[in-house]
Design a protein around this ligand. Sequence first.
Ligand code: FCB
Length: 486
Amino acid sequence: MSELPESAPSESELSESPVTFPPPFLWGAATSAYQIEGAVREDGRTPSIWDTFSHTPGRTAGGETGDVAVDHYHRYREDVALMAELGLNAYRFSVSWPRVQPTGRGPAVQAGLDFYRRLVDELLGAGIKPVVTLYHWDLPQELEDAGGWPERDTAYRFAEYARMVGDALGDRVEGWITLNEPWCSAFLGYASGVHAPGRTDAVASLRAAHHLNLAHGLGTSALRSAMPARNTVAVSLNSAVVRPLSQDPADLAAARRIDDLANGVFHGPMLSGAYPKTLLSATAPLTDWGHVRDGDLAAIRQPLDALGLNYYTPALVSAAPSDATGPRADGHGSAEHSPWPGADDVAFHQTPGERTEMGWTIDPTGLHELLMRYTREAPGLPLYITENGAAFDDKPDADGRVHDPERIAYLHAHLSAVRRALTDGADVRGYYLWSLLDNFEWAYGYGKRFGAVYVDYATQERTPKSSARWYAQTARTGALPPVERT
Ligand code: FCB
């Protein structure tokens, strides 16, 4: 390949020169349990915080819940067949904690584990690598009633659950992820309250962040002790790409503050065994971090086999008057209460450019930036994009086909950014499109469609969108097909 330009290639360059990925490369799609499974009362499953939250009036758009979702619990065979049709060689899904360990304590429920065994066997039979995320936000409600993530015991409960699932599936699942986006669990769940359990307590959110870190560390050790050594353990972070509005020292300081609260608070302890000093001082008015006990940081810093990065859009910040609060860096609803404890003097701005249906600016340069950052800061650690994708207002045409050229352009641009990062030395091993199917998009309910496959929620009929066919060709050939012109 000839020398790549510094800046993003132009549209015409993109459609003329084929962008290829050296094998082996994982071409996957990602989902999470509560967003797709449904069957919330079957086979001994008990409520998670998302069942409670979504059933609480006013919490989700239109009061929608994951009770039925896309009925994947009953249709998983059909869904694996779709993945095979899409040429995927990897699938990232999450295990529902209250399905396999109702109430978050005590013995495993075999029926729950059997569902995941059947799913994994189906995937392996189709030549698709299963990658399990242990925690994608569905804490058993009973653990929340006992205090939730702000309580230390929840981290121990997670480690027990991790061992249980590792024991049950470790013989057939090689790829493991402890937590999905602990930032959302801690700060959307306990500070801004736009996610379950919907609490708005800044101090609790910082405690939650630490206990999520501890859960990751203890869970990693528990998994390793329960599983064959060949299996790999990673975490998926929604590390924000934080950009200052100007080079003014006050704006640079604002960006630093948000970077600590979005990124350093997790990758500091996980990768380097310490919280950033600047985070500790900025949050000192809220907490002395006395909940961090001796030995915790060593327990959190476990050697990892890979790092998962979820990327949607960058954040643009500046210094602001003390009464300003802004939306979170990568969406999921604006909040009355800030998800950024100790950063009330930071303002968020919309990055210029086209936006998706979520209002998130489309900026593939952020993905390149993110991959290069971790290439520098975590040298030697293989990287995976464990989520990337976009919601658009997809609708079937008169023939029932769903044409989504915007999503194809989005995927093309972001995969091109991944390819540039590879050329620039990033060790990227795979890409998981968010998401396989349209699904329950948390507080937004079913209104935001992220799937490569369209779901008619009235009939549960699945229809691959044109982006699914485009992605299938990419997965089969390892090269990006040209962007369609409309
Ligand atoms: C991520 C979540 C995922 C989905 C996408 C759009 O933050 O991990 O479940 O909601 O955003």
